[in-house]
Design a protein around this ligand. Structure first.
Ligand SMILES: N[C@@H](CCC(=O)N[C@@H](CS)C(=O)NCC(=O)O)C(=O)O
Length: 224
């Protein structure tokens, strides 16, 4: 039982989902957790700010160790619980190198996705330009084509090859986010196959964003 761990999280947030997937993969059950609402501004509550002065989720704590960066929390859990649950860093040097490469590239995918999905939310109305949104969409399309190519060339069903690894932990939530916003399965068949093969994996299904189960998908990315 992982009673000495606390996770403050928000539904649908890829960084939060990563930590939850690792907790499941490492068989760390029974941790303290609190689902907070971004809509209600609960990520700026004093409980979060004490752990993460940026007022962002996830905020994760193990004993007195605070890890409020999703990558940091995931690496920490993997290294602390190496022999528990599934091993998330491959032994094979080629696969390990691919894992590190792709997991950090996942940040770029996440950023380009956010530049489109949150454009209206981030940019004040008077400063918005159709041309800027179009440019962001083109940049996202180029990025997704890159990932479709990666999955085509991958040496196995997972991002880094034959084994589920930290690369999948970082990439899958962003890929799922694309589908949540209406991404077209037919246009990117390799990404669709990846998404469909992983969405029922136990660690992923168990931690599926609860708000996604209650509301329909949106079509913001249907043309990407
Ligand atoms: N670097 C952080 C990013 C976390 C992050 O961007 N969280 C978003 C939700 S996906 C958030 O809390 N946004 C609220 C805000 O920035 O005010 C990580 O990977 O853990």
């Amino acid at each position: 039982m992982a009673k000495e761990m606390t996770l403050l999280w928000g539904s649908g947030s890829p960084p939060c989902w990563r930590v939850m997937i690792v907790l499941e993969e490492k068989n760390l059950k029974g941790y303290n957790q609190k689902l907070l609402s971004f809509e209600k501004g609960e990520h700026k509550s004093s409980q979060v700010m004490e752990m993460n002065p940026r007022g962002q989720l996830p905020a994760f704590k193990h004993n007195n160790h605070v890890l409020n960066e999703s990558y940091a929390a995931c690496f920490y859990l993997e290294s602390q619980y190496q022999s528990q649950g599934n091993k998330l860093i491959p032994e094979c040097p080629a696969e390990k190198a691919m894992m590190y490469q792709r997991m950090f590239e996942a940040n770029t995918l996440g950023q380009k996705m956010a530049d489109v999905i949150y454009y209206n939310w981030k940019v004040p109305e008077a400063e918005r330009h159709d041309s800027a949104l179009k440019r962001n969409k083109e940049a996202l399309t180029a990025e997704i084509k890159l990932w479709e190519g990666y999955m085509q060339k991958a040496s196995g069903p997972f991002v880094a090859g034959k084994n589920f690894s930290l690369a999948d932990v970082m990439v899958f939530p962003s890929v799922a986010y694309l589908y949540r916003f209406g991404f077209c399965e037919e246009r990117y068949p390799k990404l669709a196959a990846y998404y469909n093969s992983l969405k029922d994996r136990s660690s992923i299904k168990t931690s599926w964003p609860p708000t996604w189960l209650e509301s329909p998908t949106q079509d913001l990315l249907k043309d990407i």
